[in-house]
Design a protein around this ligand. Sequence first.
Ligand code: G6P
Length: 369
Amino acid sequence: DSIEKGGYEHFMLKEIFEQPRSILDSMRGRLELEAGHLNMGGIRAYERKFVNADRIIIVACGTSWHAGLVAEYLLEDLARIPVEVEYASEFRYRNPIITERDIVIAISQSGETADTLAAIELAKSKGATIFGICNVVGSSIARATDAGAYTHAGPEIGVASTKAFTAQVTVLTLLAMIVGHKRGTLSDTRLRELMVELSSIPAKVEKALLLNDEIELIAETFKDVPNFLYLGRGYNFPVALEGALKLKEISYIHAEGYPAAEMKHGPIALIDENMPVVVIATKDSSYEKVVSNIQEVKARKGRIIAVVTEGDTVIPAMAEFVIEVPLTSEVLVPLVSVVPLQLLSYHIAVLRGCNVDQPRNLAKSVTVE
Ligand code: G6P
């Protein structure tokens, strides 16, 4: 057991630390910086379908659904294709409108999630093209799809998904870049810039992992609180959801993720001096607005833990704790900003004495409805 954990105390921590490698493995053979090209074997036969798609529907559950939300931003931004992100369990029973011109992307680490598989079968029966993004080779979902791309994250043992999420986002980013370039919505120059930036992500994740000790100290401060709020906007909105899910899953602390601007429509009523609020406030197009949201939390004495871009001079004056991550392009930011949130939930759970790798009531793969 301890050999399998490679010297780490838990699989989850090992898997969090494997991310520079698993992200790189998910890009290997697909992003060739020197040659200046991108390729993804799985879409080759369906390239025209992607280029002409009227709409993409993404189906998934849990953390994979959060990767799907990131993909909605990516595909709409880079490829200008309208995207709908669906909980597989809702989609399958809703009598959804699906046509032969639709592409359905199913995202699943295990490739065995019953609801996702059923959603695929439904979409297939209506003639849609199904593209799978799975981590487990030869899994049921991988076999049920028309085409797909594997995430090469390696086996994920911890029930709370970490490296599979960043691998999914990596593959979805490559997909959006390829389709966007083919559709002419992503220029050669912008594509090149993103390729360079994506290549630097493993090193940036490595740098974010150096925050581990600092985050353990923050965890010490908050380990006994009953509630947490996570806020983010734009590309960091799905990251806020994922940060809250990680905390719930393994520490059993109630946590909610919210789009920062929606806070005023409800969650703001919960904020007082006992409420920790994790705000993901990296330097991007919504930065100024997120700073105003931080002010709103501060005015109500909420305890702010902010994830910011290195060198930020504004937020440190407002937050109780600041976690600095390396600067990256806005569209790639989830790959970096999610890392400290994974570590925060891990350390809080460990300090609370929870079974981090096998949390109560949860299963790694949910093969029943
Ligand atoms: C379970 C796991 C989650 C996972 C979800 C979807 O709830 O505990 O970590 O995100 O299923 O699983 P999948 O294998 O389809 O990605």
